[in-house]
Write a protein of this length. Sequence first.
Length: 163
Amino acid sequence: MPHVDEFRSSLNLAVTHSEYSSRAARQEWSRQLGVPVLDEYSSEEATRIALEMPDGQYHVCEDTVHLDVLDPITMEPQADGQSGIAVITNLLNEAMPFIRYVQGDYITRPVNPAPSDINWSQIASIDGRLNDAFVNRDGRKVPAGSILDATYRWMFDCNLHLA
C-alpha cells in the first residue's frame, strides 16, 4: 500500500467501532501500528454508549445514554464484577426514545473503577451477545466473545495465521 510509512508516522490513535473487536485483536493491531487501538462501544439504538480508555476500562457516555447492568434471569441490578445484560436509555432521541431497551449485550462493571478525571461510570468488559453464548455444565451462560478473545490471544501468542 503506498504511503504506509507516511500514514503510520502521522497516526496517534486508532479507534474501532460498529463491529465487535476483541481486546486481543486490538492489542495486536496496536503492536503492528505502533499506536493505541481503542474501542467505541455503540449501537444503532443507543448511539455511542462508552469509549475505551488506554487503561482498558470503558467510560460510559452518560451525557447521551443511561446504562444499567442487570442479572439476565431476575432482571435485577447485577453486582459489580459480574457479567450482566446491558439495558439502555437513549437520552438523545426525543422523537422515539428507547427507554430501558434490552441491548442484548453482556457487559461487566468493574469492582474497583479506575481512577479518572472523567466522572462517568465504567465498564470493565464487553462480553458478547445474549443470543450468542454457550451454556456451561452449571447452567451459566458463557458469552462467545469471551471465548473468542481467549482464542485470539492464544493465536497471537503462538504466531498462528489463518489464511
